[in-house]
Design a protein around this ligand. Structure first.
Ligand code: ADP
Ligand code: MG
Ligand code: ZN
Length: 475
């Protein structure tokens, strides 16, 4: 029996605001416990929330970037439940009228494009954190995170494989970072995801019973956990059993999912409109202003890279995977004109050392890289030597000219200078000369290799090739 996988993702993205969503406390990560708190985020009776305008603006940006339709009037609701990290006894969220609905996002899996529906985007506050003592049977509560602004982005159950789920997550991650509304730091939990997954017999329309994988904080874990769940649910169904609706946690050490809670413990949140907050009104002037200031988004940038710079889809996809990398690439391109060669060098040499999102930490600045590429172009150094120079630049941050000069790496492009060594090599290898005369012209590679050895890789390879040809044909 064949099954089809159905996945829908709920993503929580923490907004990059200085202060919390309903009070003036700082959102800074890593401060001593309970130092960024006030009566509002501690849920003291009588305190009143005041909405942070920048959170709404961030939500508008994301809505526009995902073709979602904005609800011009949307409301906050109380989601009631008890937990020690939630001092008010309810979370302020949005329920019936979220800020945006019916959006979409385009993913690319191995060159196949597909639109994934976005059900809704809503604003809400984060809860605090429990810190469990490792030795004593004691837990502590840290309320610094309470009231941190989040956008929750809920997808339609349109994803059909773990690969599609990962592509969707990566694209959404790139978009919130291009928009500069979320730092995207997954280790710190600024971008995390709950994945819902079910199987159904191929051809069946009705959705199967799903399980929910909670709070996954790396692309790799999401994919591994989903792959595990597919196998697990498949085994249950093939055994004639029923998948139990439950919430699971991924255990990355054991590589398996574990039950967190079953459906019988599912909450009835008794949502109702928060009487302390007025409806949020988003007028068209506000939307127009935000739209005017939207940065170029990954899809548009990728298209520009393929259309105008004539890069391959593959190169363009990689280069636009983060705004920093795309900026880096374009800055270097300002000083060096061969987009394809630059893309190759970046893709291999630079991305081996730095991730696309961490490119700003690279000590080699775009102009320095451009300078290095120009030195290959004008034959000052060979492409091979350039890699050595680049490794050195990564170490010291020094300019390529300086390194090339200090280490004496300038390419030997003087025919006279090379000629003398070439004649020596030919004289010392009569066997190979004989082979060449017998028509084994590939033996040229051997001669050029010898020359490279003698010149420590500095000989200009094209020139070397030409000179050997001339010399060997003469004899
Ligand atoms: P809840 O409020 O319990 O989280 P929702 O109905 O809002 O549930 O759905 C949450 C997510 O689960 C959405 O992304 C949705 O696409 C996905 N989803 C819903 N039903 C299924 C299913 N049967 N299989 C896979 N994903 C599902
Ligand atoms: Mg859910
Ligand atoms: Zn506060």
């Amino acid at each position: 029996m064949e099954f089809e996988t159905v996945i829908g993702l709920e993503v929580h993205a923490q907004m990059k605001t200085k202060s919390k969503i309903f009070c003036g406390c700082s959102t800074e990560f890593g401060a001593p416990p309970n130092t960024h708190t006030c009566p509002v985020c501690l849920g003291m009776p009588g305190s009143l929330p005041v909405l942070n305008k920048q959170v709404v603006e961030s939500a508008i940006k994301l809505s526009l970037a995902t073709d979602s339709s904005l609800n011009r009037e949307n409301i906050f609701a109380r989601k009631n439940y008890f937990y020690p990290d939630l001092p008010k006894g309810y979370q302020i969220s949005q329920f019936e009228l979220p800020i945006a609905e019916h959006g979409k996002l385009e993913i690319d899996v191995d060159g196949t494009l597909k639109n994934i529906g976005i059900t809704r985007i809503h604003m809400e506050e984060d809860a605090g954190k429990l810190v469990h003592d490792e030795l004593e049977p004691v837990s502590y509560v840290d309320l610094n995170r309470t009231g941190t602004p989040l956008l929750e982005i809920v997808s339609e159950p349109d994803l059909r494989s773990p690969e599609e789920a990962a592509a969707y997550l990566k694209k959404l991650h790139a978009i919130v970072r291009y928009l500069d509304i979320c730092d995207g730091n997954m280790q710190e939990g600024s971008f995390r995801c709950d994945a819902n997954i079910s199987l159904r017999p191929m051809g069946q329309e009705a959705l199967g019973t799903r399980t929910e994988l909670k709070n996954m904080n790396s692309f790799k874990n999401v994919q591994l956990a989903l792959e595990y769940e597919i196998r697990r649910q498949r085994d249950v169904l093939l055994d004639g059993g029923k998948v139990v609706q439950q919430t699971l946690l991924w255990n990355p050490d054991k590589n398996q999912t574990e039950t967190m809670r079953g459906k019988e413990e599912a909450h009835d949140y008794r949502y109702f409109p928060d009487p302390d907050l007025v409806p949020v009104v988003v007028d068209s002037q506000w939307i127009d202003t935000v739209r005017k200031h939207l940065p170029e988004l990954p899809d548009n940038r990728r298209k520009r890279f393929t259309d105008e710079l004539e890069l391959s889809d593959y190169d363009a996809e990689i280069l636009t995977s983060s705004r920093e990398l795309a900026d880096y690439f374009e800055a270097a391109l300002g000083e060096y004109s061969n987009a394809k060669k630059l893309a190759n060098f970046l893709g291999t040499e630079l991305l081996r050392e730095f991730s696309a999102e961490n490119i700003d930490a690279c000590p080699v600045k775009p102009v320095q890289l451009a300078r290095l590429m120009n030195m290959i172009e004008d034959n000052t150094i060979s492409g091979k030597i350039a890699k050595t120079v680049f490794a050195e630049m990564l170490e010291s941050g020094a300019d390529p000219d300086l390194i090339v000069k200090e280490k004496g790496l300038v390419q030997m492009s003087d025919a006279g200078e090379l000629q003398a060594i070439i004649q020596e090599i030919i004289a010392a290898n009569p066997g190979q000369v004989q082979q060449f005369r017998e028509g084994k012209t590939k033996v040229i590679g051997f001669f050029v290799g010898q020359l490279m050895k003698r010149t420590k890789g500095k000989a200009n390879p094209q020139l070397a090739n030409k000179l050997f040809q001339q010399e060997l044909n003469k004899q």
